[in-house]
Design a protein around this ligand. Structure first.
Ligand code: SAH
Ligand code: SF4
Length: 414
């Protein structure tokens, strides 16, 4: 398996001069990808959230990177060392009240409180499932809403926080409840980090542990509402904050970003964030994937897999996860399983088989347990781990693909 991966990496790094035609086509692929990336980023920026802060002018500190925080503090005449201090209070101690920052003198605490706020999204609804999964409906300052789910490990004292990256989604995967809600807007970095911080509040999980000490809320999966790679700038900023060692300090190994295959942004995500990658594959033929995951018409299976082969940091220790939703009579035959294995041959990968979670009005049915087991066996026999995901929080519509809110986009006037 790894042999082929190393071969393809060597091919990329091959120092021999290219033949003219090959060099040209390689250069144009790179240019095209860069141009496409710019186009994706520009389009995404149109859906950016309003400025984080309160109507009275107080600025939101959560979600600022260190440089922005330094600039804000400099503007009120505070030296650079305050950044470290305040960062520690916000992201390590989890305080939301400047008066609790005991290493800061009272007059400065008061000045900070006049200018700034350390906010959290409002938990409008919190529901806990019979299996202990907890779903939060978070309401942001402009009234838009998104859902976050905490999924405790059934055996160990840890769990994953499933975070949303957008309100709604531009993509309309046929099996996904979020996909029936049009994209309202991107979530800002404050709102993305804020989901994790508010979930931690709910379990009293502050201060952050040092290093790798496990916690209940110990991993992040970007698998909630929205396509994270269509909101890359805000997602990346938020993940860098979460990974910062002087604050929450989550290792990139504890973060998994799931994408439906936004090829031009996959490279950038790997290079800049190095988080684990999950790819929603769901079909092994382009004609079917075009139907199930309409983004496939733009970035077909071969391009998605090529981007996976290039993904920096993927190794046998850090495999790419292929998510494959099992839909009865649609994509669950033994032939599909064999084709899947052929497609991902040579990749450090595992396959997560997801039983379809129904939602009100959905048209698909979950595959039978025996079909799932047969599929899993073929994938597993080919050397790929093929865990079958246990649906969690189904009773509160908190399972994969069941998230949706009532938030709507205002129609533009005229
Ligand atoms: N937009 C990203 C991340 C959010 S979706 C993506 O598509 O990858 C997270 C995962 O839930 C994806 O693998 C998605 O395909 C899966 N999913 C969507 N609807 C589902 C459903 N009804 N049942 C089970 N899984 C579903
Ligand atoms: Fe969007 Fe992912 Fe749902 Fe597809 S599966 S509609 S990309 S959230």
């Amino acid at each position: 398996m790894s042999g082929e991966v190393i071969d393809s990496q060597m091919a990329l790094a091959d120092p021999r001069p290219d033949s003219g035609a090959a060099a040209l086509s390689r250069a144009s692929v790179a240019t095209l990808t860069a141009a496409e990336r710019e186009r994706v980023l520009a389009k995404s920026a149109l859906f950016n959230p309003p400025e984080a802060g309160l109507p009275d002018g107080r600025r939101e500190l959560v979600g600022m990177d260190r440089a922005e925080l330094a600039a804000e503090l400099a503007a009120i005449g505070e030296p650079a060392f305050r950044v470290k201090q305040i960062w520690h209070w916000i992201y390590h101690q989890g305080v939301t009240d400047f008066a609790r920052m005991s290493s800061i003198a009272k007059p400065l605490q008061a000045r900070l409180a006049e200018k700034f706020v350390i906010g959290r999204p409002e938990a409008a609804v919190v529901q806990t499932s019979v299996d202990e999964t907890r779903k939060f409906l978070f309401r942001f300052r402009d009234g838009q809403e998104a859902e976050t789910v905490y999924i405790p490990d059934p055996v160990e004292d840890r769990g994953a926080v499933c975070i949303s990256s957008q309100v709604g989604c531009t993509l309309s995967c046929r099996f996904c409840h979020t996909g029936t809600q049009t994209l309202v807007r991107n979530l800002g970095s404050a709102e993305i980090v804020g989901q994790f911080m508010a979930a931690r509040d709910s379990y009293g999980e502050w201060p952050s542990p040092k290093g790798e000490t496990p916690r209940l809320l110990s991993t992040i999966v970007l698998m909630g509402m929205g396509e994270p790679l269509y909101n890359y700038v805000n997602v990346a900023k938020a993940m860098k904050i979460v990974m910062d060692n002087e604050g929450i300090g989550l290792s990139r190994r504890r973060i998994t970003l799931s994408t439906s295959g936004v090829v031009p942004m996959m490279d950038r995500c790997g290079e800049e964030l190095g988080v684990n990658l999950a790819v929603s594959l769901h079909a092994v033929r382009d004609d079917l994937r075009d139907e199930l995951v309409p983004l496939n018409r733009k970035y077909p299976i071969s391009e998605v897999l090529a981007a996976c082969r290039r993904y920096p940091g993927a190794s046998n220790a850090r495999r790419i996860t292929f998510e494959y939703i099992m839909l009865k009579g649609v994509n669950d035959t033994e032939a599909d399983a064999r084709e899947l294995v052929r497609l991902i041959a040579g990749l450090p990968a595992k396959v997560n088989l997801i039983p379809f979670n129904p939602w009100p009005g959905s048209k698909f049915e979950p595959s039978s347990r025996s079909a799932v087991d047969r599929f899993a066996r073929i994938v597993n026999d080919a050397g790929f781990a093929s865990p079958i995901r246990t649906p969690r929080g189904q009773d509160i519509l908190a399972a994969c693909g069941q998230l949706r809110t009532e938030s709507r986009r205002e129609r533009p006037a005229g």
